[in-house]
Design a protein around this ligand. Structure first.
Ligand code: HEC
Length: 114
C-alpha cells in the first residue's frame, strides 16, 4: 500500500482536486456486516437483549431499553460505540478489531448514512 495521491479531475479548462481520503462509510456495505457477524445473535436473531435489535439501521436508531443506540454525528453519545470501546459488547465471542471500531466511529461521526 502506498500513499494515496490527490486526484485531479480536468473539467473544461478548470480542475478540481478531490482528496481520496474522503471515503464515506455506509451502513449497508461496511457496518451491517460487522454487526451481523458480532452482534445480531443476541440482538435480533436468537434473542433481543435489552430490547435492542441490531439487524437494521432503523432498529439501531430506535435502540433498546436505554434509548437510541447511536446518535448521528455524536459518537461520544452513542451507547453502541461506548459499549464496544469499553469491551462490554460483545460479552462473548471475538471482540471487534481496532479497525472495525474506527470504522464505526467514523460512520457515526459522518452522520451514519445508510
Ligand atoms: C452473547 C450475547 C450478546 C452479544 C453477542 C452482544 N450483546 Fe449487546 N447485550 C447483551 C446483553 C445480555 C445485554 C444487556 C446487558 C445488561 O442489561 O446488563 C446487551 C446490551 C446491549 C446494549 C444496551 C442496549 C440498551 O438499550 O440498554 C447495547 C447498545 C449493545 N448490547 C450492543 C451490542 C453490540 C454493538 C454488539 C456487537 C458488537 C453486541 N451488543 C453483542 C448480549 C449480547
Amino acid at each position: 500500500m502506498g500513499i494515496s495521491h490527490t486526484r485531479c479531475v480536468h473539467n473544461n479548462s478548470q480542475f478540481k482536486v478531490q482528496p481520496l481520503f474522503t471515503k464515506s462509510i455506509k451502513y449497508s456495505t461496511t457496518i451491517k456486516p460487522i454487526l451481523d457477524k458480532h452482534c445480531i445473535e443476541c440482538h435480533g436473531l436468537e434473542a433481543t437483549e435489552s430490547g435492542l435489535d441490531l439487524r437494521t439501521l432503523k432498529s439501531i436508531l430506535n435502540g433498546g431499553e436505554s434509548g437510541p443506540s447511536i446518535i448521528k454525528n455524536k459518537p461520544n453519545e452513542s451507547l453502541l460505540l461506548e459499549l464496544i470501546e469499553d469491551q462490554i459488547m460483545p460479552p462473548e465471542g471475538a471482540s471487534l478489531r481496532k479497525k472495525q471500531i474506527k470504522r464505526l466511529r467514523s460512520w457515526i461521526s459522518s452522520g451514519a448514512s445508510a
